[in-house]
Design a protein around this ligand. Structure first.
Ligand SMILES: Cc1ncc(COP(=O)(O)O)c(C=O)c1O
Length: 255
């Protein structure tokens, strides 16, 4: 309790925090992750965009991290864009794919039990004339493949379905849903935030075009996420002025 008082946590909250059971919301940072990160706050503090040795060392560390993240999901480093978390990845994926789509593709298809980041990002596209169709789930909490097949049409730009649900834990048949999307020429985005690091998630096996995930669901820090972009190409220039640390994504194209 003295510790609780010291760090300003109310007594009741401290008692509750002692039995923390909400690792789907966030996990503590693993000590090994912390050890790996700490030098970059002090001794190895370079700006990864600087040309001098300290900057180059920081850039190498970013690129090493990108390779590790890519390997974890069966991608290549050039297909990984670092973001501030899965919320940003979801927004970038859905808005990017929908707005870059052919003008005749004016629809996003998603599922009622998606995370707010996906639902809000999809619905925000209404002002650009892009409508969102939200498919329901069955008694097990899974989206019906039949309903998805009926809903995804030639007007669909992107289909967004999560791999594992953050509240119910159900695991969706992503490969089958990706097939449905591709059969209609749409892109498949998967919010894999609750899957990566917990169950096998291989972007090639599942056939997804875009996948979002987040460090703080798997013992990494908050404020750090990634977006997998199948069509990624590291040789393209990044965002003007900030190409190296938070590489800007290449344009997303409908095949
Ligand atoms: C399925 C899912 N998507 C997206 C998010 C948002 O993640 P972040 O906190 O990294 O923005 C979460 C976390 O709550 C989540 O569980």
């Amino acid at each position: 309790m003295a510790l609780a008082r010291q760090v300003g946590i109310p007594r009741m909250a401290f008692r509750l925090a002692a039995v923390y059971l909400d690792y789907n919301a966030t996990t503590p940072v693993d000590p090994r992750v912390l050890d790996a990160m700490l030098p970059f706050f002090t001794a190895r503090f370079g700006n990864a965009a600087s040309a001098h040795a300290v900057g180059v060392a920081a850039r190498r560390a970013v690129e090493d991290a990108r390779e590790k993240v890519a390997a974890a999901i069966g991608a290549t480093a050039g297909q990984i864009v670092f973001t501030s978390g899965a919320t940003e990845s979801d927004n970038l994926a859905i808005k990017g794919a929908a707005l870059a789509a052919h003008p005749c593709r004016t629809r996003v298809v998603t599922v009622a039990t998606e995370h707010k980041a996906v639902l809000d990002a999809s619905k925000s596209l209404a002002r650009f004339g892009i409508d969102t169709r939200v498919v329901g789930v069955d008694r097990d909490g899974l989206p019906s493949l039949d309903e998805l097949a009926d809903t995804i049409d030639d007007d669909t730009a992107v289909v967004s379905v999560m791999a594992a649900n953050n509240e119910t834990g159900v695991i969706a048949p992503i490969a089958a849903i990706a097939d449905l999307a591709h059969n209609r020429g749409a892109l498949m985005h998967c919010d894999a935030t609750q899957a990566v690091g917990k169950i096998p998630f291989d972007v090639r096996e599942l056939g997804v075009d875009l996948a979002s995930f987040s460090a703080h669901k798997m013992y990494g820090p908050q404020g750090m996420g990634a977006l997998y972009i199948k069509a990624g190409d590291r040789s393209r220039p990044g965002a003007a002025g900030k190409a190296l640390t938070a590489q800007a994504p290449p344009p997303i194209r409908i095949r």
